[in-house]
Design a protein around this ligand. Sequence first.
Ligand SMILES: Nc1ncnc2c1ncn2[C@@H]1O[C@H](COP(=O)(O)OP(=O)(O)OP(=O)(O)O)[C@@H](O)[C@H]1O
Length: 244
Amino acid sequence: MVEIKDLYFTYPNYQTVLENITFSVPTGQIVAVLGANGAGKTTLLKLIAGLLVPDGDVKVRIDGKTPQKISGKIAFISEAGTYFNDLTPKTYGAFLQDFFPTFDKAYFDMLLDFFQLQERPMKKMSKGQKAKVEIAAGMAKRTPYIIMDEPFVGKDMFTRQDFMQALSGTLTGEETIFITTHEIREIENFVDRVIILKENHIAIDITLDVLRQEGKTIQELMKEVIGYEENSFYSLLDKTEDSI
Ligand SMILES: Nc1ncnc2c1ncn2[C@@H]1O[C@H](COP(=O)(O)OP(=O)(O)OP(=O)(O)O)[C@@H](O)[C@H]1O
C-alpha cells in the first residue's frame, strides 16, 4: 500500500509545485496521474519512487516504509532512456540479471522480441527504441511497485496499443502501478483510478468504476476538469486519422 499525507514539494529557488497532496493506494491498483503540462505529475511520481524527497517530514510511505528504504521493490520507467549507451539490449539484460535478484530474463527477452529491437549498442538506437529497452528492463525487474513516467513517448500508435495489451496480459494483478501520460486513449481500459493534478492540488481522484457509473470516459473527465480537449493533440489526431 502507498500512503501519501499532506505532501508539499518545492524545487530549490522555485515556486511550490505540489501542495496538500493526500491519498492512499491499495496493493494491485493501477493509478493514472494526469494533468496539463507542468502540473507536477513527474514530480509526484519521483516523490513516490523516492527519487525526490518531500519538504518537511516523511510524507510518502510504501508498505509503511520510506521509498528510499524499499527502492529494490520499485521500478521507475521514464522516457529519459538508458544510461548504458554502450551496451546492447541483451548485454544490458545480463547486467541487470546480475544486479537485480528478481530480474526475469525470459520476460525481458520476450519484451525485446515484442518490440522487435535489434541487438546493437543503444547509442545507435532512436529515442523511441531506447525507451522501449527501458520499458522492458523496468518491467522485467518484476517489482511490486511500477512507476511509469510517460512510457509512450516516442512510440508509434501501433506500438502503444500493442504494448498495453502485452502489459495487461503479463501482469500478475499484484503490481501497484502509477502511470502518467498524455495518451489518454491508451490507458482508458487499463487503469483502475484517475488522479488529476491542477494548480498544485488534486483536482479529482476517482475510480474508473465510479466514472463509468457516471457514464463518462477519462477523456471527458479531463475536458471537464482541466478543459483538456479543446487544445488537445487528440482532436488534431482525430482529424489526421479521418483524413488518412
Ligand atoms: N528540476 C527542476 N527544477 C526546478 N523546477 C522544476 C524542475 N523539474 C520540474 N520543475 C517545474 O515543476 C513544475 C512541475 O513539473 P513536472 O515535470 O512535475 O510536470 P509534469 O506535470 O510532469 O509536466 P509534463 O506533462 O510537461 O511532463 C513545472 O513548472 C516545472 O517547470
